[in-house]
Each structure stands twice: as structure tokens, then as C-alpha cells.
Design a protein around this ligand. Structure first.
Ligand SMILES: *Cc1c(COP(=O)(O)O)cnc(C)c1O
Length: 399
């Protein structure tokens, strides 16, 4: 997909619009599958981008699905995933949501002692489950996206192993998998290996274990000098560790990963229009027809998204602060060099596939953007832009 294709899409479907390039998702997926052993399975983390067409597409290229809510599970099944291709990894849900997932026949991952006990008491060994472990590894680019640290609400602490064992003994609960997900954007691949070693050490306590799920944390480059997780290197190291373990113990576990960002971040291009160029005494602002209600990552995580001027890619470079139209601090980028921006120009935010549309809202009573899938050289509208009526949907007028 070229910049010309993007400009055409902006013209045809208007802005703001999220555009996803199917080819890029496939390339990323193949990077993973070619780096790990054939037995390794990849569960696309649905929460990064749940448009039903994206779910169908990742299924068509061979991925499985990781879901964090029962509705993601239902979306996945609707998209055609078999129940056994779906893993449900919720946090802080009650037993009824777990039971709903059980009825749907998906793999279930339990992440606290309370539910583990309730589930074991009720169902014993009749439905195998995963246990989410918190290994207390500090990883991830940012405190808000790091999930494995000591204060994290995720997982059952490795120090509670004895408690898990007691529940297994007293309820017969059947643990078929161990899971950990230590955070997003792990820079150092050795963190995964450290995690794997912990899982392998733990595995001897779980006689029915078949699966080791390493979660995600695969990093993608947002800036030019950023790195992408070297999955090829990682694949080699992980295979080596697993082979050594198998030799020593005779145990062969199936390895799972749950990439979200790695699969879809790069595929996404968010197109906006420059509404206003505003010179103040200190700064030149580009005010665009969007805001953190459409792409919250810069305001929420201090995330960096590359921005380019698609309409005038060859103009002289100038320094801008790119802001949105929300009535609150709403800055996409500070002091950013862009080819001179004129009012009406189309700008693109790169790497907008993951946690872009997915975290959008109607704040300020603004409408959510449209979504377009570019596949086999053609652009398809896969979500209509919100309309005014959508703002009133579900509201009940009593006055
Ligand atoms: C969010 C999440 C992922 C995906 O993380 P990425 O950084 O997008 O790859 C995987 N597994 C679980 C349990 C998650 O909550």
C-alpha cells in the first residue's frame, strides 16, 4: 500500500479514517511463524484491534485468538474461530463470565486464587484450565503497560505456588497450561527467556501440563531508531531452551504466544486533515480534525507516532506541534519536523493499527472515525463513520 493509495482513500472515504493494510499483518505473522518451531502457536490479542474483518483475516492466515472479555470471545467465534483456537484471559471477572466461556468451549485462563478455588470446587477436573502466573519480572516500556511487576493486579504470584498446589490437591482442578504476560514493548528479548525458565521450573508442579503461554510483549518500532523484537533470535534461543528441557525431563510442551501490537500496529495508518495552522509567539500548531478521542496513545502513554504530510511530501521542513480538537490538553506530537503543512493537507499517523480505533471514544460528542481495510489492491470500508444519531443511541429521554 502506497501513500498514493492512502490519499485516494482519504478522498473516497473522508477523514479521519483508520486504514489497515492486510499484507502487512501477514508479513508480521510470517515473521513469527518462520522464527519458531512448527509446534508454536500464536494467539492474536484481539483487544488491539477487534474489527470483525481483522479477526477473520488473522484467522485466514492461521492465527488463533486471545480474548480478555467474553464479548471478544463471542466476536472471535462469530468470526469463525473454533473454540479450541480461542484462549480467554480475563482479569477481575466474576465466575459467571468464566462459566459463559466454559459453555462456549474455549480455553480458560484463571488469574487469581479466589476464582481458581471457586472453579475447582464447582467443576473439579471436568474442564481443564490455564493458570496465569505473575513471575514478578519488571518488563515493558511504560509503567501503565507493564503487568508483571510486584504491584501488578495481574496473575497469581509465583510465591503463591503452594496455595495453587493446595487447590489442585483438594479440588482436583486440571491445569493444562501455564500463562504469563509481563507487559507490552519488552525491549530485551532475554526477558522472555527469563520468563520461560521460570515457567519450566514451575512445570514440574503441574502433572497434566501441555501448554506454556508466554503472552506477548513483542515490540514494534515507532521511531526510526527504534528496534523491533528480534523474533528470529528469540525463536532460536527459545527452541534451544525447550529442547534442552525435553532432553533432561522427557517433557515436550507446546509453546504459545499472544502478539497484538506485533501483528497489527504497523498495518494501521490513521489519516486526518489539517484544519488550522496557528502561529503563537512560541509555537506553530497544526490543529487536525481528530483528537485523543480517536488516538489516545500519545496522551495516555506518551506514545510516539510518526506523522507525515501526505499532501505536500516535498515542502520545506518546519517544526510543528500537532494537536487535536478536544477541549482539554490534546497533543499528538511536540516539536515535530513535518514538510510544510497547509490547511486542508492530509496527514498520516503511522503504526496506528494497535490500540488506535480500539481505544477511541465519543468524548466531546465527536464522532468515531471510519475504518478501511486495504486488501489485494482494493480499499473496503469496514466500519462506517459514526453519525449524529449514534450519540443518542441508548440514551433515554425522560425530560
Ligand atoms: C494486551 C495483551 C496481549 C497483547 O499485548 P501486545 O503488546 O499488544 O502484543 C497479550 N496477552 C494478554 C493477556 C494481554 O492482555
Amino acid at each position: 500500500m502506497t501513500n498514493k493509495d492512502l490519499l485516494k482513500i482519504a478522498e473516497e472515504f473522508g477523514t479521519p479514517v483508520y486504514v489497515y493494510d492486510a499484507e502487512s499483518i501477514k508479513e508480521q505473522y510470517e515473521k513469527l511463524t518462520s522464527s519458531f518451531s512448527k509446534k508454536t502457536r500464536f494467539f492474536y490479542a484481539a483487544k488491539s484491534l477487534t474489527n470483525i474483518n481483522i479477526l477473520k483475516y488473522v484467522k485466514s492466515i492461521g492465527a488463533n485468538l486471545d480474548c480478555v472479555s467474553i464479548n471478544e470471545v463471542k466476536l472471535g467465534l462469530k468470526a469463525g474461530f473454533e473454540p479450541k483456537q480461542v484462549l480467554f484471559t480475563p482479569n477481575c471477572v466474576d465466575i459467571t463470565e468464566i462459566e459463559e466461556a466454559m459453555k462456549l468451549g474455549v480455553h480458560i485462563n484463571i488469574d487469581n486464587i479466589s476464582i481458581l478455588e471457586q472453579f475447582g470446587n464447582k467443576y473439579g477436573d471436568s474442564y481443564p484450565i490455564f493458570v496465569r502466573i505473575n513471575p514478578h519480572i519488571f518488563a515493558g516500556g511504560n509503567y501503565k503497560i507493564s503487568t508483571g511487576h510486584i504491584d501488578s493486579k495481574f496473575g497469581i504470584s509465583i510465591h503463591q505456588l503452594r496455595h495453587i498446589e493446595r487447590i489442585m490437591q483438594s479440588t482436583n482442578i486440571n491445569v493444562e497450561g501455564l500463562h504469563m504476560h509481563t507487559g507490552s514493548e519488552i525491549k530485551d528479548a532475554d526477558v522472555f527467556l527469563q520468563g520461560l525458565e521460570i515457567m519450566l521450573d514451575l512445570s514440574v508442579h503441574f502433572p497434566n501440563l501441555k501448554y506454556l503461554d508466554m503472552g506477548s510483549g513483542f515490540k514494534v518500532p515507532y521511531q526510526d531508531d527504534d528496534i523491533e523484537t528480534d523474533v528470529d533470535q528469540l525463536g532460536k534461543k527459545v527452541t534451544k531452551a525447550l529442547t534442552a528441557f525435553a532432553k533432561e525431563t522427557g517433557k515436550n510442551f507446546e509453546l504459545w504466544f499472544e502478539p497484538g501490537k506485533f501483528l497489527v500496529s504497523k498495518s494501521g495508518h490513521f489519516l486526518v486533515k489539517a484544519n488550522v495552522i496557528k502561529h503563537t509567539t512560541a509555537t506553530t500548531f497544526v490543529g487536525v480534525n481528530s483528537g485523543f478521542n480517536h488516538l489516545i496513545r500519545p496522551m495516555f502513554y506518551d506514545a510516539y507516532h510518526k506523522i507525515e504530510n501526505l499532501s505536500h511530501p516535498n515542502g520545506p521542513e518546519r517544526i510543528y506541534t500537532v494537536v487535536g480538537n478536544i477541549c482539554e490538553t490534546d497533543t499528538f506530537a511536540w516539536d515535530r519536523k513535518l514538510n510544510e503543512v497547509k490547511e486542508g493537507d492530509i496527514l498520516v499517523f503511522r503504526n496506528a493499527g494497535a490500540y488506535g480505533f480500539e481505544m477511541s471514544s465519543n468524548f466531546n460528542s465527536r464522532l468515531k472515525p471510519a475504518e478501511v481495510l486495504f486488501i489485494n489492491g482494493k480499499a473496503h470500508l469496514i466500519r462506517k463513520r459514526d453519525e449524529f444519531e449514534d450519540l443518542l443511541k441508548n440514551q433515554i429521554e425522560v425530560l
